[in-house]
Design a protein around this ligand. Structure first.
Ligand code: NG1
Ligand code: MG
Length: 458
């Protein structure tokens, strides 16, 4: 398959007829009185390694899950967008495609993710106005779990809009425009989730690089299994400032390293990978430089302004997301060290997979990644740490948090033979003492094979 191709169209009869799909089609019929003309299917993902580094310009290594978001769609004759969700927790929505607006101060609701995807296509299209659509939505990706249900929803909405309006964008283009438009939610993420959603191929994880966006197949050594398990600690990332605080810390670390290294263009160097490139140094040397330049445990905003020679308002306007304007403290050394070391681990992980190296080595890198996210990046959660420890004690080759963190899921690497034993052991060691409440019927611990990217069913 070429790298610039458009998402595949699969005959609906060839797609596995699941209960979810049948229920979705029934919901569409019941809501709009006609059947949908097509359905899009976009997977969630689990990131194997490379956490919190996509927005710093470094490559990541996720794989698509079999769990997905489905959107059933039919173009309408007017400009109205109608949304219904199979899950009654998410109320219906109605809006006009020519007046999509986002207010950063409003609480983020589920339909905002759909509107982000639609807006991405509206902004990239040369057509003045696009058609409205009737949409019905369903999914089985656990929400707020670091499995990227949010991006799957954004990407599915964008793909529905493009296909309904006969716009042929490549997978790469769709991934990039969705990464950009998901930022209307208010979190300034990188492009990993949208890239894997469109570029995944069944059977392989992907080494994803940015600028330009490329995705290279990574085949895990034979005989290994990937296990995903929920910690039952949940964070609604869009409703907290943690994520953007980390983005801000990485940008400020870049600027300070660049300025203190006397780079003339330091004002444009807000991305750690760009600073490394500009300094023409290896990742190992970038780690040393961080230690040399970012000597303080914590930086006050005033101190950063003084180093950079900027007024607070200028720093805010040029470099910080609005929800971070009131932050006073920034940990620059710890965040930059995590980013450079994690970038190094991604390339070591890929090397082991390429050259048939030891699965133990892969597990070790995953363990180091988690420890760094917990200690340097401070984006774990005590319950997630407990789950990771339980996996390691139960014989996993490696285990780490996956996705943004502060709760959500862990990904563990084990052998095929040991997979079921690991699940039973986690149930006994970790889940038995938890109240699994609302989630008790959801698959909160499961094995997954690398799944496919987005497709259109018709
Ligand atoms: P999740 O946890 O899926 O929301 C977020 C970002 C990614 C990446 C990871 C951390 C978005 C849409 N996604 O993922 O780009 O930065 O955190 O590695 O913001
Ligand atoms: Mg997300």
């Amino acid at each position: 398959m070429g790298s610039n191709d458009t998402p595949s169209i699969v005959p609906l009869e060839q797609f596995k007829k699941t209960q979810l799909l049948n229920d979705l089609i029934a919901k569409f019929n019941e809501s709009y009185g006609v059947p949908p003309t097509f359905i899009v299917c976009v997977p969630g993902r689990v990131n194997l390694i490379g956490e919190h580094i996509d927005y710093c310009g470094y490559s990541v290594l996720p794989m698509a899950l079999e769990q997905h978001i489905l959107i059933a769609c039919k173009k309408s004759d007017d400009f109205m967008i109608n949304l219904v969700n199979l899950n009654p927790k998410y109320p219906p929505y109605k809006g006009n495609i020519s007046s999509l607006s986002f207010n950063r101060n409003d609480e983020v609701q589920w339909h905002n993710y759909v509107l982000c995807g639609i807006k991405g296509i509206v902004e990239s299209s040369t057509e003045k106005t696009l058609h409205g659509m009737n949409l019905a939505i369903a999914g089985n990706v656990l929400p707020n779990s670091g499995l990227s249900s949010s991006s799957a929803l954004v990407c599915a909405a964008a793909l529905s809009t493009a296909y309904a309006n006969k716009i042929n964008f490549s997978k790469q283009h769709l991934a990039s425009l969705c990464a950009k438009s998901e930022r209307y939610i208010g979190t300034e993420g990188g492009g990993m989730d949208q890239a894997i959603a469109f570029l995944a191929n069944k059977g392989c994880a992907k080494h994803i690089s940015f600028k330009p966006l490329t995705a290279e197949d990574v085949k895990l050594p034979d005989g290994l299994a990937i296990l995903v398990a929920h910690s039952f600690a949940e964070l609604n990332k869009a409703a907290s400032d943690h994520f953007n605080q980390r983005v801000a810390e990485c940008r400020l670390a870049s600027l300070v390293i660049a300025k203190q290294s006397s780079l003339q263009n330091w004002k444009e160097l807000t991305v750690l990978a760009d600073v490394q490139k500009e300094l023409k140094i290896s990742l190992a040397d970038a780690i040393l430089k961080t230690k040399e330049i970012l000597v303080k445990e914590v930086y006050l905003k005033d101190e950063i302004c003084e180093i950079l020679g900027l007024k607070i308002e200028d720093l805010n306007n040029a470099y910080l997301p609005p929800n971070i304007w009131n932050s006073k403290y920034f940990k620059l050394n710890q965040r930059a060290t995590h980013v450079f070391e994690e970038a190094l681990r991604v390339s070591q992980f890929q090397d082991i997979c390429k050259h048939g190296g030891s699965p133990k080595g892969l597990g070790h890198l995953m363990n180091l990644s988690h420890d760094s996210l917990r200690d340097l990046y401070e984006c774990s959660h005590p319950q997630l740490d407990k789950l990771v420890s339980a996996a390691r004690e139960s014989g996993a080759l490696g285990a780490r948090l996956t996705g943004a963190g502060w709760g959500g899921c862990m990904v563990a690497l084990t052998t095929e033979e040991h997979g079921d034993t690991l699940i039973s052991s986690l149930k006994e060691k970790f889940y038995s003492s938890l109240n699994t409440g609302e989630m008790k019927n959801e698959p909160f611990v499961f094995r997954s094979l690398p799944g496919n990217g987005a497709v259109i069913l018709q």
